[in-house]
Design a protein around this ligand. Structure first.
Ligand SMILES: *Cc1c(COP(=O)(O)O)cnc(C)c1O
Length: 494
């Protein structure tokens, strides 16, 4: 199976090439030329398997140039004792028809680990397949969680270096400390004086700078990305939708074949897009519910068909979703337009030039059939955390709470009570400050004491990697103007 660019489908690469490149030269994203169907009987078969085995099976359908033995080895490295539960991505029941898919049991306690624990291994294997002799420098723009997860995934991986840019005032104290204290000889971390979109645009600009790439190539380096624009990041996320479905079947909460809804706290549209691909493969998904915080550009897009990023940017208590340009939407547009690369390229040009575009009515109709969308404010997010903790004793983070709130609103509005899974994207301990505030315990503790305080207040144990931050030293304090990111990279690779 070949991979095409969303902006030029005459560009056709193997999966190993697409993973090694990250982003296509024309600025487009790679997509599979067709979406493989889950074979008959797949769900029964997968239900009896471990998470690693499910990952090998599902990813194998897309990665024809990787053998089963190779994928088995990669998945064993990626989803082993680095997760704090053998289930890897367990499903926790909340009430009769609602569950949480907990994607934060990995080393950095956010769902980014699901993809970034495997991407470095996929990438190094791809380089070898491609006969690539150059080393790879990974550039990451992060709204908080990706940066740490990428650093942890790539640290001391052969033939790689990784440089992470984060918005200086857009991440939580714990997220910042997780990154600035990162171990490893091949890592760099720098804050940007701007917001996440500034950091992301800066990284994209570096990628499209042909002269710079040429200079690096002469020195034996090429650039790649660990942002969710890389297919190697998106694909591992398809696995957990299918895995969650199997777990609901095993738990007897649904019968195989029953439809479920997934509600996904969304930023860059990577997580929910993986759900879309799972549905395209034949997983019985009724609606994908796209949940946003008050940066609700996607809610507006799904309701009006107009994507308009000309609006003010808000810093919220769910910072990993503080995004105005959801890069992965481009893949959805390509898919629902039946692979119309010129149409997609046109929309993306309008977005770059005017900050907005409006999709054609036939695309909007497809969006309506597949998705529902909603948003919530910070105070609604906090109320949700408190309500769910008080009523069910379940402690969730601010991002998951946005999903939970939006699901409730969706049900109230539509009466659709289908068995639903809220994708739980981070441990509440990554956002102690806001979670404590939500539980009515604000103001007392500072910095890492917040972790102890939240343990006391909630009675739920904190994940070990966050507790261990106490003994870490800050290694990285550099910052840069958003226009000077390129020279930071140049310096890093000197
Ligand atoms: C990245 C992230 C999101 C948003 O996921 P996208 O794939 O960017 O839509 C939501 N919650 C948390 C905790 C995250 O880290």
């Amino acid at each position: 199976m070949r991979y095409l660019s969303t902006r030029d489908s005459s560009i056709r690469l193997t999966s190993a090439q697409a993973i090694a490149c990250g982003l296509s030269r024309d600025g487009g994203l790679f997509v599979p030329e067709s979406v493989p169907a889950l074979p008959a009987g797949a769900i029964e078969k997968l239900t009896g398997m471990t998470y690693q085995q499910r990952a090998v099976y599902v990813m194998g359908l897309f990665l024809e140039d990787f053998s089963e033995a190779e994928l088995t080895e990669l998945c064993a490295k990626a989803y082993g004792t680095n997760f704090d539960t053998p289930a890897v991505a367990p499903v926790a029941a909340l009430d009769e028809n609602t569950s949480f898919l907990e994607l934060w049991h990995g080393p950095t306690c956010a769902f980014k680990d699901m993809a970034l624990q495997i991407l470095p291994h996929l990438l190094t294997a791809s380089l070898i397949k491609n006969g690539e002799e150059k080393k790879v420098c990974i550039l990451v723009a992060t709204s908080g969680d990706t940066g740490k997860a990428a650093l942890e995934g790539f640290r001391d991986v052969d033939r790689t270096k990784i440089m992470v840019f984060y918005p200086r005032d857009g991440v939580s104290d714990i997220q910042k400390l997780q990154m600035t204290s990162q171990d490893g000889e091949n890592v760099g971390v720098c804050s940007v004086l701007g917001n996440f979109d500034d950091a992301q645009s800066g990284v994209k600009k570096i990628f499209s700078d042909a002269a710079f790439r040429q200079r690096l190539a002469e020195k034996g380096w090429f650039l790649s990305s660990a942002n969710s624009i890389n297919w190697g990041r998106l694909l591992p996320q398809v696995v957990y939708y299918i895995s969650a479905y199997c777990d609901l079947v095993s738990a007897g909460r649904i019968q195989n074949g029953d439809a479920v809804n997934f509600c996904v706290p969304t930023g860059n549209f990577g997580d929910i897009l993986a759900g879309y691909y799972a549905k395209r493969m034949g997983l019985p998904v009724k609606k994908l519910i796209c949940a946003s915080n008050c940066n609700d550009v996607l809610t507006e897009f799904f309701s009006t068909g107009v994507y308009n990023k000309n609006r003010s940017f808000h810093t919220t208590i769910s910072p990993s979703m503080d995004i105005l340009i959801s890069s992965n939407l481009e893949r959805l547009l390509f898919e629902i337009s039946g692979g119309d690369d010129r149409l997609v390229a046109g929309y993306m040009r309008q977005l770059a030039e005017t900050g907005k575009y409006e999709v054609a009515p036939q695309l909007k109709a497809q969006m309506d059939a597949l998705f529902s969308a909603g948003s919530c404010t910070d105070s609604e997010t906090k109320e949700e955390i408190r309500r769910v903790f008080d009523e069910h004793g379940y402690l969730m983070d601010t991002h998951t709470a946005v999903g939970c709130h939006v699901l409730r609103a969706y049900r109230a509005e539509t009466g659709d009570d289908t068995q639903a899974v809220v994708v739980s994207t981070a441990s509440p301990y990554k956002f102690c400050d806001s979670v404590l505030d939500a539980l009515g315990d604000s103001g007392g503790a500072q910095g890492l004491e917040l972790i102890d305080r939240l343990q006391t207040v909630s009675g739920k144990p904190a994940p070990a990697p966050l507790v261990a931050l106490k003994n870490k030293r800050v290694r990285f304090t550099d910052f840069t103007e958003k226009d000077a990111m390129l020279s930071v990279v140049e310096e890093f690779l000197r």
